[in-house]
Write a protein that binds this ligand. Structure first.
Ligand SMILES: [Zn+2]
Length: 343
């Protein structure tokens, strides 16, 4: 990977073109079907790659153009989950949803994203990142009528994720990231088995591994929840010491416009930190200087070699021109800091 410090990257998702799925919407259904859908998804990946490259993003992703949802699309490819049956469950302690049901042993009959990963790798010369849901967040998306234990189900998912991740690595993926928004909610579970399950998911991987902990997209349930968290968001104080001791290489978190006290990233000493310098809950495009301000604050606690300027979270709900503007601001703000540091 390029050794130049302050490698820019993104959390994961980017908006989809309107011809592929209705824009500015989560869970947006596909506008195409069959072979046309397959080709459309690939064209969309090519477009988001060009957008990232033109903006100056160093470590690029497929923008999750091939999936409807960051957790459910993966689970849809597994055995043992009945999507016809629905039970009501509280998601991340925040809102109720009708969710699919685990009815027997879960398994992965065939690779889920391997072809997508090969395509991504073949379409760019940049280092590439690929995202997968984390085991705890997968558990938090389902009603479990079989294992009846969040821990046991998470462990089964971790083994499945590990097999998938090994194939992605073999396809040339440079960074595999697990998305664990549930880590900001279930602290006792994180301590008891969440980090262990995550470590099971990365077992034996020699590529970079990352975890994205998160306060969520800019949807109402999340912004309402954030209002209840007080003036200082100290949730990371619980999880960072555990992650510092873990085998995970990188931690991605929200910093710009969040109430996370920046000094908390000092608890991650020795890890790569993906510093969220782009707010994904607003259409307002940051100026490069605003990005630079966030990065300067983070540099008080993280060495430049370990700091990766990033977005706060996925950008799928944003308009495409807004997302493109934000990517450019991220790269330009990083360039300001590289100049200051003589990098
Ligand atoms: Zn996120």
């Amino acid at each position: 990977m390029d050794p130049k410090p302050l490698q820019t990257t993104i959390t994961g998702s980017l908006p989809k073109p309107a011809w592929l799925a209705e824009p500015e919407k989560l869970w947006s259904p596909w506008e195409l079907e069959g072979q046309t859908l397959t080709e459309g998804k690939r064209d969309a990946v090519r477009l988001v790659l060009r957008d990232q490259e033109q903006a100056g993003i160093d470590i690029v992703s497929d923008g999750e153009q091939t999936r409807q949802h960051f957790v459910t699309t993966f689970i849809e490819h597994l055995d043992g989950v009945d999507f016809q049956r629905r039970e009501t469950m509280r998601i991340r302690d925040r809102y109720d949803a009708e969710v699919p049901v685990v009815v027997r042993q879960v398994g992965r009959p065939r690779p889920v994203y391997l072809e997508d990963a090969r395509f991504l790798k073949a379409e760019t010369n940049h280092p590439v990142k690929f995202t997968l849901p984390g085991p705890m967040t997968m558990v938090d998306t389902l009603y479990d009528d079989y294992y009846r234990s969040r821990e046991k189900l998470a462990w089964e998912f971790a083994k499945i994720l590990n097999a998938e991740a090994h194939e992605l690595m073999a396809a040339g993926i440079d960074v595999i990231q697990f998305d664990e928004p549930a880590f900001n909610v279930f602290f006792e579970d994180v301590r008891n088995w969440g980090v262990k399950a995550l470590e099971r998911a990365v077992e034996g991987l020699t590529c970079k591994t990352a975890v994205h902990i998160c306060y969520g997209y800019g949807i109402k349930a999340n912004t309402d929840w954030k209002k209840t968290l007080g003036s200082e968001w100290r949730q990371y104080e619980e999880t960072f010491p555990l992650l510092r001791e873990s085998k995970i290489d990188q931690v991605s978190l929200e910093c710009h416009n969040s109430r996370v006290p920046i000094e908390l990233i000092g608890l991650l000493e020795g890890k790569d930190v993906l510093v969220g310098a782009i707010d994904v809950t607003t259409d307002e495009i940051e100026t490069p200087e605003e990005v630079a301000v966030t990065l300067r604050q983070a540099l008080n606690y993280v060495r430049p070699e370990l700091l990766y300027p990033c977005t706060n979270c996925g950008m799928v709900p944003l308009a495409r021109n807004v997302a493109r503007g934000k990517l450019k601001a991220l790269a330009e703000g990083t360039a300001l800091i590289r100049d200051e540091l003589g990098l």
